[in-house]
Every structure is written in structure tokens, then in C-alpha cells.
Ligand binder design. Structure first.
Ligand SMILES: NC(=O)c1ccc[n+]([C@@H]2O[C@H](COP(=O)([O-])OP(=O)(O)OC[C@H]3O[C@@H](n4cnc5c(N)ncnc54)[C@H](OP(=O)(O)O)[C@@H]3O)[C@@H](O)[C@H]2O)c1
Length: 330
């Protein structure tokens, strides 16, 4: 597996990271044994970057990862990044955000216990808490770095301003943000800001949560309990319009003898040396398919055709519903 650096002077990690979220939450039921097989296979294939969140399945995702690592030498082979701060009720409902310093230490203590480890490699607030100055949230993570509980500081779903504010408190290794052929809003201001501060980007939703695979053809293909059933891009007329773009992607992939997923991941990989796609594979076959994208080198001509076939401006619907969009800060 190729390696990339998280930012200019940051740690080296695999060029593709594995996102574990869908193994516990959001995208309908997951098979725990298959999830563990996927984590093991990814590590065997050289994936070192593993992405989780303490609120993914309200702790389940971290417990799952700990089971997969099994207290063995695997822990030392991987770079675990954890998001925190999102508050969930016992029924899974989202009930707010907590970015207060004392809440961060408490959350980290529980994460370390669940992961059965003594440090998190990168720790980041999943969103900016509007009630707490960002410098206080980031400053609290910095004290956890000093204590040796956290190695690197990251941020998630903030913009240029958030990156710069955070970086002024403590060097930021990476921003996590959605980035795909159909979500390119990072390109104008955010990627240049990351370049300025020397941070990387861990790109999520590189398949636009499965939309770009072409598997979902109509709203009924999504279980009503699946989070995607409530996302604008998967609903009604928006889905119909977005599938026109997906079909063009599928046609270009066929010309290259690769799959639409591989082409979509390869496109994100082509965006820069500090951009690290997180693949959201939940099965071994998805993992194999997605990992093969590292070998799909795209020529300038192919990148141009892809951009023209899937213009981000033609995408119908926001990335999140109205509440979700409000939580994304500048
Ligand atoms: N910071 C944030 O706000 C944030 C938000 C979301 C995610 N994330 C992180 O980013 C990671 C990746 O995000 P994501 O899961 O939304 O990414 P994604 O790769 O865009 O979507 C994942 C979904 O695509 C389908 N899929 C994956 N690989 C496939 C393949 N090779 N062929 C066909 N279908 C495939 C699966 O859906 P089906 O199994 O249903 O077909 C899977 O659940 C997450 O695990 C999480 O760690 C962060």
C-alpha cells in the first residue's frame, strides 16, 4: 500500500484509510464478524489509517475496533483517529454537541478504555461546538497531547476560518471533510488553507455514501431506517437527477475497465499528495474493490473527461439535511 503524509511534516499513513462508521451505524445493519474480517484484511493489505468516532453506535464502533485489534501487535501497526463531541440519546437520537474542555477529557478517558489503548493517534472534534470558543476546544486537546494521551490534533467539517483558528492554538495534522466528485466545495478555499498551515485532508464520503457506486437506483433501495433515506441527494427527484451523473461515471469506468467506485476513489486520490480518501467498505468484496483504486492512475485527459461528465454544479441536493448543514462551520 502506498503511503502518504498527513500534511507537510505529519505522520505517514496508508494512502487509503478505512472508515469504520458504517460498521456500527448510519447505513443499516452490519455484520460484526464481517466487519472484523474487513479490518483484519485491510491491515494485512497495508492500511494503517483507521477512522472512528466515539458516537458511532454510541461506543460500539470503538469496542468493535478494540475486538479486531485484540490487544495484539496490530495496535502498533495502525494509526487510530477518533472523532468526539456528538451527543446521542439511548435511542440513537442526536441531542447536541459538547466541545467543553472537561467534557473532552472525560470523552477521551472513555475512548481509551473502550479501545484498550493508552493513546489516540489523532483526536478531533466532529464539529465545532457553537457554545464554546474553538480555541478552548483545541487547547483542551493540546493538553491531552502534552499528557501523552493524544499524538496529533485534527478538525472535522470546519472551513478555512476554523482550520486557521485551530492551527493558531496547536498544529493541525488534518482536516476531515467530505470530498468526492460530487462534493468539491473544499477546492476553492479549504485546500489552499490546508496547504498554508501544512495540514492534510482525510476525505470522507468519497463514494458519496454509496451513491457513486450505482447500487442505489431508487429511494426504495434504501431501508427507511438507513440514514441515507433522509439525505437530500437520495430523495425523490434529486436521486433521479443524480443518477444521470452516476450513469456517466459508470460509462467512463467501463471504458477504463474499472468500476465506478474505483474511478471515484482514484479521482480523490489524484487531488493531491496530502489528500487521503477514507473508504467506507463494510464487506470484504467492497474492501478488495476499493483498495484496488490505488492502482488506477488517471491521465490529465481522463481527469478532464471525468470533471466534464460529473460536474459538481449539476448535483441535486445538499450533502446533509437542513440541520446537518447548519452544523458545518466556516
Ligand atoms: N467527519 C464526518 O463528519 C464524517 C461523516 C461521515 C463519514 N465519516 C468517516 O468517513 C468514513 C467513510 O465515509 P462513508 O462511509 O460515508 O464513505 P463512502 O465510501 O462514500 O460510503 C460508504 C458506503 O458505500 C458503499 N460502498 C463502499 N465501498 C463500496 C464498494 N467498493 N462498492 C460498492 N459499494 C461500496 C457501502 O454501502 P452499502 O453497503 O449500503 O452498499 C458503504 O456503506 C466513515 O466510515 C467515517 O469514518 C466522517
Amino acid at each position: 500500500m502506498m503511503q502518504r503524509r498527513l500534511g507537510r511534516e505529519g505522520p505517514k499513513v496508508s494512502a487509503l484509510g478505512l472508515g469504520l462508521m458504517g460498521m456500527s451505524d448510519f447505513y443499516g445493519p452490519a455484520d460484526e464478524r464481517e466487519s472484523i474480517r474487513v479490518i483484519h484484511a485491510a491491515i494485512e493489505r497495508g492500511v494503517t489509517l483507521l477512522d472512528t468516532g466515539d458516537f458511532y453506535g454510541s461506543g460500539h464502533n470503538e469496542l468493535l475496533l478494540a475486538r479486531a485489534l485484540d490487544g495484539s501487535s496490530r495496535r502498533d501497526k495502525v494509526f487510530i483517529q477518533v472523532k468526539f463531541g456528538v451527543l446521542r440519546a439511548p435511542d440513537g437520537a442526536f441531542i447536541g454537541f459538547d466541545g467543553r474542555p472537561q467534557a473532552i477529557k472525560n470523552a477521551l478517558a472513555q475512548t481509551l478504555r473502550r479501545l484498550r489503548t493508552d493513546r489516540v493517534d489523532l483526536y478531533m472534534p466532529a464539529r465545532r461546538d457553537p457554545q464554546v470558543p474553538f480555541a478552548e476546544t483545541i487547547g483542551a486537546i493540546a493538553t491531552c497531547v502534552e499528557a501523552g494521551w493524544v499524538r496529533h490534533v485534527g478538525v472535522s467539517e470546519v472551513g478555512e476560518k476554523g482550520v486557521e483558528e485551530a492551527h493558531a492554538v496547536h498544529p493541525i495534522a488534518a482536516l476531515q471533510r467530505e470530498y468526492s466528485l460530487v462534493s468539491r466545495d473544499v477546492e476553492s478555499d479549504i485546500l489552499p488553507a490546508l496547504e498554508r498551515v501544512g495540514a492534510g485532508l482525510t476525505a470522507y464520503g468519497v463514494l458519496s455514501r454509496g451513491l457513486l457506486t450505482g447500487r442505489i437506483r431508487k429511494p426504495e433501495d434504501i431501508d427507511p431506517r438507513d440514514y441515507r433515506a433522509h439525505l437530500p441527494r437520495f430523495s425523490g427527484d434529486n436521486l433521479r437527477r443524480n443518477l444521470i451523473l452516476v450513469d456517466r461515471l459508470v460509462a467512463l469506468a467501463q471504458e477504463r475497465s474499472v468500476t465506478a467506485s474505483q474511478l471515484a476513489i482514484a479521482w480523490v486520490l489524484s487531488r493531491g499528495k496530502s489528500v487521503i480518501p477514507l473508504i467506507g467498505a463494510r464487506t470484504l468484496s467492497q474492501l478488495e474493490e476499493s483498495l484496488a483504486a490505488v492502482d488506477v492512475a488517471l491521465t490529465e485527459a481522463e481527469l478532464t473527461s471525468l470533471g466534464a461528465a460529473v460536474p459538481a454544479a449539476d448535483v441535486a441536493g445538499d450533502r446533509y439535511d437542513e440541520l446537518g448543514m447548519r452544523l458545518i462551520s466556516p
